[in-house]
Ligand binder design. Sequence first.
Ligand code: ADP
Ligand code: ASP
Ligand code: MG
Length: 421
Amino acid sequence: MATVVMKFGGTSVANVERIRNVAQHVKREVDAGNKVAVVVSAMSGATNQLVAWVREASLLHDAREYDAVVASGEQVTAGLTAIVLQSMGIPARSWQGWQVPIHTSEAHGAARITGIDASEIKKRLASGEVAVVTGFQGIEPGRNRIATLGRGGSDTSAVAMAIALEADVCDIYTDVDGVYTTDPRIVPKAKRLPKVSYEEMLEMASLGSKVLQTRSVELAMVHRMRTRVLSSFVAPEAIEPVRGGKHWQDIGTIVCDEEEIVESQVVSGIAYAKDEAKVTILKVADKPGVAARIFGPLAEANINVDMIVQNVTPDGKHTDMTFTVQAAELPRALEVLKGAKADIGYFDVKASADVVKVSVIGIGMRSHAGVAARMFQAMADRGINIHAITTSEIKISVLIDAAYAELAVRTLHTLYGLDKE
Ligand code: ADP
Ligand code: ASP
Ligand code: MG
């Protein structure tokens, strides 16, 4: 008998009919004798609506009340899922984050899970009950308030529950049948990856592939939790139950140790992120201490800087500094730079949110040279100007004009041999 966590995303629980379909997937695992904890998102669109209402009520709002409102979407789907399961004769009970309890940090709206007391859920699973847990939320014990985990946070709830329950696998059911070489909605030629390493998945998620929340991959990687991405839109009977046969793992994508991946490509995936903004500070003095005077105040204001390029200007005394921040942080970043103008000493600041970061990711890059050179050449051949570059051992990112996003992703997908035949 296996312990399984099954997470269902927004489109999978978008209405009662879809919840009935989800219940059939759960029934398959229960019938096979597995212990099942289900984690659900809100119905697709529900969280957006809740966020919009909060903003309408007041643009400046209390973060604890924001969480009280936006966490409610998952309460609805958890209750409905339990009701549907019960109606099928499967003992089930819904659990909100605070009832489990799932403890979180104080960072309302973007809280981290700090611990889960899974003892009661374990007892219920042992007695044959299915636990349906609300994703996206927990309770901040200091103030005894509901806290949410940031958008897409139900993935993290699921992986954290799987770790707490010592589950055999954490199954993430969504609207695509696995992790693809790039977003299949942008590139129809994208291929499903049967397996992807934790390291690559972490880069893909943090560089914009929203199929899994970054934090969920971090947790899975640290705890070596086997995590699988698969579609809830496949007929429930077409999937073998967990440990229910030789081929149960031959579906979807398994996020696992790189040692398990036999045929690895140099590049495994392409990601893109549209939520960055570019800032250029014109004509700052080219002398020691300038970077510290620019990035110090930004760090103090809790603004994360991602890519940084320092240009050389012809007079040798001045330089331009280009860097990126999250687009949502741009107005704040500009305020901070304005406030520090006298201290930094610059001519002007230019900013643009019309940029996109495109990244190629692959553990094979560690042992293969020339991946970056080919990328830059391909961009040049298409007339795509690169504003900034960052690299790590297993990824290269370039910042380009947003208008070229799809062209760049498609070009790179073909360049590294990822297109499906
Ligand atoms: P859920 O509501 O189930 O959490 P999400 O919308 O958060 O679903 O994530 C699934 C979506 O992620 C897919 O519909 C797909 O468009 C997008 N996506 C982006 N990059 C990838 C990728 N590399 N592989 C698969 N899906 C991806
Ligand atoms: N419902 C939340 C959101 O839309 C959490 C999730 O779906 O993972 O962000
Ligand atoms: Mg999601």
